[in-house]
Ligand binder design. Sequence first.
Ligand code: ADP
Ligand code: ASP
Ligand code: MG
Length: 443
Amino acid sequence: MKVLKFGGTSVGSAASIRNVKKIISGVEGEKIVVLSAMAGVTNSLVQINECFKNGNVQEASVFTDLLKQKHLEVIRELIPGDNLSVNNHVLQSFEKLEEILHEDHSENAEARILTFGESILTYIVSNYFEYEGLNNTLLDAKKFMHVSNLENPDTHKVGRLLEEYLKDKQKNEVYITQGFVRIDKFNRINTLKRGGSDYTSTILGAAVQAEEIQIWTDIDGFHNNDPRYVENTHPLSHLTFEEAAELAYFGAKILHPQTVSPVIGKNIPIFLKNTFTPDAQGTKISNEVIRRGLKAISAKDDITAIKIKSNRMLMAHGFLKKIFEVFDAQETSIDMITTSEIAISLTIDDTKNLDAILNGLKAYGEITVDHNHSIICVVGEGLIEEKNTARLFEVLKDIPIRMISYGGSLNNVSLLVSTENKIAVLQALHQKLFVVQKEEVYN
Ligand code: ADP
Ligand code: ASP
Ligand code: MG
């Protein structure tokens, strides 16, 4: 079994969906196809939910109507002529979406709204494939994507539920299902967080012990820096699981932060491919180390730095333990940490329980909080052992760096900078670590 995931832009128009059908038809054997919502649809659903939350039901209805027209248009293009039953189903689904807007707002209502895009699109695509003679079975992900713990999904359970569910389903070479949605520990509909369809594909891949996972997107693989901010980035033909996990966790948008974790232990390779240039090589993520050394740079935003300054502090044994217990009690994980004789600085990305954390910390010293920071992560197997890596410190001359984490592993150096300097740091590091070195090699 293979798992193929197609992201929003890959299914963003009728023409792209036709292209997706071509790609799927060219892949041999049984496959589960995981689809995102059409590009922009989840953003619209977020807007609809905001209006709904603020009691603006009429405005929410205007956005809902636009989404309805968009999907009806796609049906007209993909299934011209005999599309009455597909149209009716879609119209009924939109009526149900409208009905949610008349309930009281709740987290559950919000999740049902946000996951609507995947649900409606998989229905349309499944019918389009049938219309084109590509037999397939549409699977309701809510029947098996039971993920209680977002950081550590029970993939055995997902596999068991899927196996049970498939017993009553028609056997086919192509199964289609929704990305992003999950059933949470309260047995309610919830999401895997934004960009979560990547995560769906690896949870499912691990659950069925897939031979491989293919993530199809709008770029020709994992680039060595963020192409939205840096010019002349290039795709990497190979990354190890650890390298990809680190880069995704530290902000590389091409993969949801948790994507890699379900498959590392199972050694299931992930291929990143471009839907629009399917012949391009793309990136293979596996446990093979093809080349050691520096690979790529990524950035994670919305980081908060907390400094605890104390006179009685660090050298006293047990001090750090007490600090960590405060974070543990608030279920908040720490990303970076540095210490000095009189102070400890650390970063978090989840500020939901910040007030309680600060309250817990105040007994230990003077606290300073800085919001709007970004962690820049430089990654590659054994990169610390390469002498050229030291060049990254040259950026310190021009741009203030709030924290550095070096030596935690051989494979990663992290810098904390104010988000307003993020793009400048990404560009400067690119220049120092990739461009200058390359010029030296060729000169
Ligand atoms: P999808 O809708 O297919 O999930 P995303 O928009 O979530 O696609 O991810 C693909 C985008 O990620 C690319 O178009 C690119 O702009 C962005 N991106 C950020 N960092 C990287 C990187 N290191 N390599 C490739 N793409 C990246
Ligand atoms: N549609 C969802 C989102 O936009 C999930 C995904 O695309 O991966 O966040
Ligand atoms: Mg994505």
